[in-house]
Design a protein. Structure first.
Length: 230
């Protein structure tokens, strides 16, 4: 999920695009809620940073998976950024107005909605992981996400008032990240972790230079034939 992981692999395979779209939307709503509810500064910045990294991942999908050219990717990035900023400010003011009018039901809904969107985003990724018998997200990202959720929940305790609605988002992320970690451990013990990505790389090499791959296979099998002759 980290952009440099995709850049290093030159691929976004194993990462669900639907998950990224839902996470981008979820952070849009949560970022507006955090500003309007005047949460701790770190909790206001966090969803913006996460949304930025999610946007970069989305653009990488356009580049690596859909083979868009640089002009289309840059244009998509600008459009999505402008839409995000516009909706963010609009929802921030709307939630702020609802708080001033003591519309508790509307405020609670806007606080819970991000948790629902982010939680829903995990399930397409679970499907991809089960299908490929591998979790392509790095251990560093999973642990970073879990620790971020834990420390964010703790920081709510030291805020002016504990916002249990905001804590729902963090606790759901921690729980579902733990599921991803457990799946990765399970696939590792089964011996399938990472094999899907290696197989895709081999297929790409075969398509780009079949003669080279054929020569490599012949070199690998030659010692076996010599051993059999003895």
């Amino acid at each position: 999920m980290l952009p440099w992981q995709n850049y290093r692999r030159k691929s976004t395979e194993g990462v669900s695009a639907t998950m990224l779209y839902l996470w981008f939307s979820g952070n849009l709503f949560y970022g507006a809620y955090a500003v309007a509810d005047k949460l701790y500064f770190g909790l206001v910045i966090q969803p913006q940073i996460f949304a930025f990294f999610t946007l970069v991942n989305i653009l990488q999908i356009f580049w690596y998976r859909h083979k868009w050219n640089s002009y289309k990717v840059a244009s998509a990035g600008i459009v999505l950024s402008v839409v995000y900023a516009g909706l963010h400010v609009g929802m921030w003011k709307a939630i702020e107005h609802a708080i001033e009018q003591d519309q508790k039901g509307a405020v609670k809904f806007m606080g819970v909605l991000p948790a629902i969107l982010i939680a829903l985003g995990f399930f397409p990724e679970f499907y991809v992981c089960v299908k490929e018998q591998s979790v392509e997200m790095s251990n560093f990202f999973i642990m970073l996400d879990i620790s971020g959720g834990v420390f964010s929940t703790i920081s709510l305790v030291f805020d002016h008032t504990f916002d249990y609605v905001a804590s729902i988002t963090y606790l759901i992320v921690v729980l579902l990240d733990l599921v991803l970690a457990a799946m990765k451990l399970y696939f590792y013990l089964r011996g399938t972790q990472g094999l899907a990505h290696k197989e895709r790389l081999r297929e790409q090499q075969l398509q780009s230079s079949p003669d080279k791959v054929k020569q490599t296979n012949e070199v690998e099998t030659k010692p076996k034939r010599l051993e059999e002759s003895y």
